[in-house]
Design a protein around this ligand. Structure first.
Ligand SMILES: [Zn+2]
Length: 283
């Protein structure tokens, strides 16, 4: 079966947005009046969809039933791999190293050819097919994070790239002290695979729904410098819009450190992420 046939079998043939990105690029979505007078319903539908990013839609792209068991076995194997190597190490584990470790340790087990083909197709699929319009900083499934390029952030289980990302975080930390925590730093290909496929799995195979809150592997700027921050003690609420009510958010904003990657009303097909600090340059 060639790639095209495989994609068709997976049901990945249709993009659900229904409008061209170049039309959107010149359209402001900040004013409700503009939305109401927009001649096409598609923009209003888009905004509705992003505001309710966790709701399924008829046109969402899903893993086909033929591929579902392979998809499921990939998720389970990635989870076992993370358990084996530990959460910290898994953040920066490369695809190839991950395969070698899985092969070597029976508690994970070798990735089958069908599983590898599935992962390859997911990685090289255009995010736009799901409705994800962002850029792709990691181009190859084999892209690696060199250990010498990153620094482990104490007590967080996360890494940051040396240079601007690390300096940005240190400045924030100096200003806000114990109140601010790093909730997610550098993430390699394997980690992004697990996050994206775990979410897809939780949503019954809905790839589009997953992509509204988690970038598909390769598309995450956590791969080259961005990071997430939160308020100490705020737990999972740090990853909700309620983060904007915290002292950490408000101080970051007033100090001008809040350079967000996914703003409210963004046209990238991604929900508002007030906790995600943009450091990496666009690609
Ligand atoms: Zn983030």
């Amino acid at each position: 079966m060639n790639r095209r046939e495989f994609l068709r079998t997976m049901g990945l043939g249709v993009i659900g947005l229904g409008f061209a990105p170049e039309i959107l690029a010149g359209t402001s979505v900040n004013s409700p009046y503009e939305i109401n007078t927009y001649p096409d319903d598609s923009l209003r539908d888009y905004i509705q969809k992003i505001n309710h990013f966790n709701d399924p839609h008829r046109e969402d792209v899903r893993v086909d039933s033929v591929q579902y068991r392979i998809f499921e076995s990939v998720v389970m194997r990635l989870r076992r791999l993370q358990n084996l190597v530990g959460h910290g190490n898994f953040q920066i584990l490369s695809f190839e190293k991950g395969l070698r470790v899985a092969d070597r340790y029976s508690q994970v087990g070798e990735f089958t050819r069908a599983e590898l083909r599935f992962m390859e197709i997911i990685f090289y699929e255009e995010g736009q097919r799901y409705g994800f319009m962002g850029q792709k900083p990691l181009k190859k499934i084999t892209d690696t994070i060199r250990k010498n390029d990153v620094v482990k952030i104490p007590y967080s289980g996360n890494y940051l790239y040396r240079g601007e990302p690390c300096e940005t975080y240190q400045t924030i930390k100096k200003e806000l002290g114990e109140k601010v925590v790093m909730t997610s730093g550098v993430r390699g290909v394997m980690k992004q695979f697990l996050l994206f496929l775990n979410k897809t799995y939780k949503e019954g195979g809905n790839l589009s729904l997953a992509s509204r809150s988690l970038a598909p592997p390769g598309y995450s700027f956590h791969g080259n410098g961005d990071f997430d921050v939160g308020q100490a003690g705020f737990g999972p609420l740090n990853f909700t819009e309620r983060f904007t009510e915290t002292e950490v958010f408000n101080r970051l904003e007033s100090m001008g450190y809040l350079r967000l990657r996914y703003t409210k009303g963004n046209l990238l097909g991604v929900r508002f992420e007030p906790w995600h600090i943009k450091v990496a340059a666009d690609v």
